[in-house]
Design a protein around this ligand. Structure first.
Ligand SMILES: [Zn+2]
Length: 234
């Protein structure tokens, strides 16, 4: 039996250097899985994919349907088949939640897909506005909009990436949130869960496609962009 593989549509360094357009369509992502997160060309909102349904969370955090011919400069996808199940049944601070998730991982050096569904006392998300090419991501996210949810039910969809591949994907945990009615959400900045059903899948391999755009082919990635990544994603 073939091991399931994590799919990453483009190295995140391309995004960090302001390359916000690629030719990977949502229809292509559908072949790569039914679960994932990412963004859209020109950073036009946050992407969340759950049970094969794709949502675009616009700059205000409102969910919109996604057309198959829309394109993405960065997305992570998988065919979600969780093997580990856990529950949170008491209120946790965001710091305690992070510690809890770290202890859940059998090893820090693997990739994981994580789905969590339940109730939160608070959730803080952000979404980015449509941005033109070549504006560095750390500048683009200065124009992000924050959204606060209180006493909300919903889903966290995301991944854990080991620390040694920061040029490929966001190291550590990276989650997008959508509420239970699939009407609003964004890139998770913090949350305080009260009750969560957690499902986790481990990956021993991943597929990375490299963009074929002229911008990518002629870009330089020699500078260390890790500080920008910290600023843009946390
Ligand atoms: Zn994100």
């Amino acid at each position: 039996m073939m091991q399931s593989m994590l799919y990453i549509s483009s190295p995140i360094n391309a995004l960090l250097e302001g390359l916000y357009r690629d030719d990977i369509t949502i229809d292509t992502l559908k072949e790569k899985g039914n679960f994932g997160i990412g963004t859209f060309n020109n950073l036009d909102g946050e992407m969340i994919v759950l049970n094969g349904s794709f949502f675009q969370l616009d700059v205000d955090g409102n969910a919109r349907p996604v057309e198959g011919d829309m394109k993405t400069p960065f997305a992570t996808m998988c065919h979600f088949k969780p093997t580990l199940e856990e529950k949170i049944t008491a209120l946790l601070s965001y710091a305690a939640f992070g510690e809890y998730l770290k202890r859940l991982l059998p090893s820090d050096n693997m990739f994981y897909a994580i789905h969590m569904a339940g109730r939160f006392q608070t959730v803080k998300t952000r979404s980015v506005p449509r941005t033109e090419n070549y504006q560095p991501l750390s500048e683009a996210t200065e124009h992000q909009k924050i959204r606060h949810f209180q006493n909300v039910e919903g889903h966290l969809v995301g991944f854990y990436t080991p620390a040694f591949v920061p040029s490929v994907s966001v190291p550590g945990f990276h989650f997008h949130f959508i509420d239970k009615s699939f009407s609003a959400g964004g890139h998770l900045l913090s949350c305080e869960p009260e009750y969560l059903d957690i499902h986790l899948q481990i990956f021993f391999s991943m597929e990375l496609t490299l963009p074929k755009t002229l911008d990518y082919l002629t870009a330089s990635f020699v500078r260390d962009a890790r500080k920008d990544l910290e600023k843009a994603e946390r």
